[in-house]
Design a protein around this ligand. Structure first.
Ligand SMILES: [Zn+2]
Length: 314
């Protein structure tokens, strides 16, 4: 009865209010809705974050994120040296932990330094999954974001090769998001110009890259090397592919320490080895912009650019 009265009142109001003012109001609403639809999502983060011997670096990158609304990615090696519960509590939590509710994590090798990663999974709870399924995905508007566990040999992971549980999950997840723009992140990178090749280059990730490439993924983010390095779009075999390649960005700049780089490997476009900072992605329905923001302010190293998303060109 009450609902019926309400409805008839609002219908009456609607019927009585057709006029220039109402048309203007409707136009305003439509343009506000269009603006909302076009409003980009922000994904910001880094890897290799809280070193318990000195929290200064992690505190400085946290101060940047404090100023940047949006979703946070934490690309592994979050609490040094061994990812214990105490290290998460004393080192990660006081710095990047303030963004926990808007952070999506993935484990690094240091998270497996004690108790098979138990403290990592306990700290993050449901959003990090479990030892057996520590990879997951979510949407930010038109963008599909995939968190991979690149610790292929870690307890419970079961490898990253074709046919492994993670690879099969990834392939299925990508098939379900065929029209999305795609960004993936993990701790280790397939390519880096790091000095020690066994630390820098992770060919065990190539099969995951093959699935991502076949699905026209745009971006792969990683860390592990404590440096910043951006690659030109390339295929899983490291061939330049400007049209359909995956752009890899290594952003192990979360605050732990700095590593040197060796001679640039093919397709490495931009490198920096002495700046802590965060990578901010601005994700529109049809394109993305990347920006490396240094802790050192206006004088610091920066890198930025913008390009269209592969699956929006279909
Ligand atoms: Zn690492």
């Amino acid at each position: 009865m009450w609902l019926a009265a309400m409805l008839s009142t609002s219908l009456l109001e609607a019927a009585c209010s057709v006029g220039p003012e109402n048309r203007l109001a409707r136009q305003n609403t439509a343009s506000a809705m269009r603006e909302t639809a076009l409003k980009p999502y922000v994904l910001v983060g880094a890897g290799d974050i809280a070193g318990c011997t000195s929290l200064a670096g992690a505190a400085a990158t946290a101060a940047l994120i404090e100023q940047i609304p949006g979703t946070v990615f934490a690309a592994g090696d979050l609490a040094y040296e061994r990812g214990t519960a105490q290290e998460f509590k004393n080192c990660y939590d006081p710095t990047w932990g303030q963004f926990k509710e808007r952070t999506w994590p993935t484990p690094g090798n240091h998270e497996y330094g004690s108790g098979a990663g138990k403290a990592y999974f306990a700290y993050w709870g449901e959003r990090a999954g479990s030892a057996e399924k520590s990879y997951y995905s979510f949407d930010l508007g038109q963008w599909h974001v995939i968190a991979l566990n690149t610790n292929c040999k870690a307890p419970g992971v079961g490898g990253c090769q074709a046919g492994s549980a993670e690879e099969k999950w990834l392939k299925q997840d990508l098939a379900e998001h065929g029209r999305s723009c795609l960004v993936a992140f993990g701790h280790h990178a397939l390519y880096s110009s790091g000095v020690f090749k066994s630390h820098a280059v992770h060919s065990e990730l190539r099969d995951l890259w093959r699935d991502l490439y076949a699905a026209h993924a745009d971006l792969m983010l990683g860390g592990h090397e404590h440096s910043y390095e951006r690659f030109a779009p390339q295929d899983p075999d490291g061939q330049l592919d400007v049209e359909k390649g995956i752009r890899e960005i290594v952003v192990g700049t979360g605050g732990r320490s700095h590593d040197p780089l060796g001679s640039p490997v093919p397709n490495s476009e931009v490198r920096n080895t002495d700046t802590f900072g965060v990578l901010k992605l601005t994700l529109w329905p049809d394109r993305y912009a990347w920006e490396f923001i240094p802790v050192s302010g206006a004088e610091g190293f920066r890198d930025s650019g913008e390009t269209s998303c592969h699956n929006s060109r279909k």
